[in-house]
Ligand binder design. Structure first.
Ligand code: FAD
Ligand code: UDP
Length: 389
């Protein structure tokens, strides 16, 4: 019975939860929030492992970071953050290096002490094959940034494992996410704000969604409900956009990850939270050890939880995690976007709904923007929630 529902939100990840929270608190409208999974939180969901008590992010390591003060202040209404700062190391041929590539990585790799200027000159020399050329793909972009030897050691194998796509067919923006530094700064992110939620990720969602006007239905698939919805009910859809149109314009390429979880009888397996494996001879891309995300907690010291990540291209039954975004994907996506513009009652949002590689802060930021530009005008002026403007 949808008689009291003012807005249907499909997907209880950060995009859907932010919209639901704003609509209930700011507009006093009734929201029905559904998710086909049996939990809220989307891919940011985490749980405390029953055997060890260690918080495990079920869908891979989630590090919160943002340059956006508005998003930071918004989320701080629902959680405090620890002062965790992410650092990553990468194993290549049985040696451990700092990742992202910094002066330490470069000096260690070339086995000599280098000043920042010397390192810049060395890399410029090694990137000479790209001089004066505009990088047309991920491989060329990486070589222009770090030269061929470092690319082949740390990027090519890892990227091939992670994307199962030739780096020459990948968009260059994937690699620009990773900074290259001519200092010894080994922080993974450059953003002003960074930390992990003190009580875990799921608690954020519980607090955001605790409102008498928000009704949550879990284990409910939108497509088994669609034909029963009242005509004109406004919908926020954060599922895969190709699925919404029944794949009629073709299937968009996604990458999924198989997470292999293991509890080990040691208090410390690898000494830090994330170890990347650069070599193609090792089938997984990285190992996560969750206890290290929360050094402030007094976890037991007899056991530890590790997760190995294996990446592969997604089939329809798999969880779609990362848009691959090849040229073909871009063309297909444009056709879906045109069709989405004809859906006046449906607003498409989030990582899956817009086929975009969004971090959590970007998903929240985009939802806050859509609230102002689409949802408020809908409820106050009667304008369409979706469709073309
Ligand atoms: P999601 O969280 O994916 O939520 C969408 C929800 O819609 C899902 O719960 C899904 O079950 C539901 N849904 C889909 N179809 C239907 C349907 N038909 N009916 C009902 N419900 C449906 N971001 C960071 O900022 N830092 C990180 O370190 C980070 N690491 C990541 C690691 C991995 C492995 C992955 C996959 C993502 C990572 N992210 C990270 C990104 C982060 O997960 C996303 O930014 C965030 O989840 C986006 O929120 P969303 O609401 O758009 O999508
Ligand atoms: N990357 C790499 N080697 C590494 C880490 C990252 O080649 O050790 C590349 C890889 O293509 C990856 C991209 O850089 O997809 C962005 O890295 P990030 O850690 O942001 O990727 P995510 O884990 O979020 O997919």
């Amino acid at each position: 019975n949808f008689a009291d529902v003012d807005l249907l939100v499909v997907g209880a990840g950060f995009y859907g939860a932010t919209i639901a929270e704003r609509v209930a608190n700011e507009l006093q409208k009734n929201v029905l929030l559904i998710d086909r999974r049996n939990h809220i939180g989307g891919n940011a969901y985490s749980e405390f492992d029953s055997e060890t008590g260690i918080e495990v992010h079920r869908y891979g390591a989630h590090l919160f970071h943002t340059p956006n003060e508005l998003v930071w202040n918004y989320l701080n209404q629902f959680t405090a953050f620890t002062d965790y700062k992410h650092r990553v190391y990468s194993t290549h041929r049985d040696q451990v290096y700092s990742m992202p590539i910094n002066l330490g990585t470069i000096s260690q790799f070339f086995n000599r002490r280098l000043s920042p200027d010397q390192a810049r000159a060395l890399i410029a020399d090694q990137a000479a094959e790209m001089a004066g050329r505009h990088p047309a793909n991920m491989e060329e972009k990486a070589i222009s940034l770090i030269g061929r030897p470092l690319y082949e050691a740390f990027i090519r194998g890892y990227t091939a494992k992670q994307w199962q796509t030739d780096p020459r067919d990948l968009p260059e923006h994937i690699i620009t996410r990773l900074p290259v530094r001519y200092t010894f700064d080994n922080r993974y992110f450059n953003d002003k704000y960074e930390g992990l939620p003190v009580d875990g990720y799921t608690a954020i969602f519980e607090r955001m969604l605790k409102h008498s006007r928000i009704q949550i239905a879990l284990g409910v698939d939108f497509f088994s409900l669609k034909s029963t919805l009242p005509a004109g009910l406004p919908i926020i859809y954060t599922g895969p956009i190709d699925r919404y149109f029944d794949y009629s314009e073709g299937e968009l390429g996604w990458r999924t990850i198989d997470f292999e979880k293991e509890t080990l009888n040691t208090g410390d397996f690898q000494g830090m939270a994330v170890m990347n494996y650069a070599d193609e001879t090792i089938p997984y891309t990285r190992i996560l050890e969750f206890r290290h995300f929360n050094p402030e907690r007094s976890y037991q010291t007899e056991k530890t939880v590790v997760v190995r990540e294996y990446s592969r291209s997604a089939k329809r039954v798999d969880e779609p995690y990362y848009p691959i975004d090849t040229r073909r994907d871009k063309e297909i996506f444009l056709r879906y976007r045109e069709r989405a513009e004809a859906e006046a009652n449906v607003h498409f949002g989030g990582r899956l709904g817009t086929y975009r590689y969004l971090d959590m802060h970007q998903a929240i930021g985009a939802a806050l923007k859509a609230f102002d530009s689409r949802i408020v005008p809908h409820f106050t002026e009667g304008r369409a929630i979706g469709g073309e403007r």
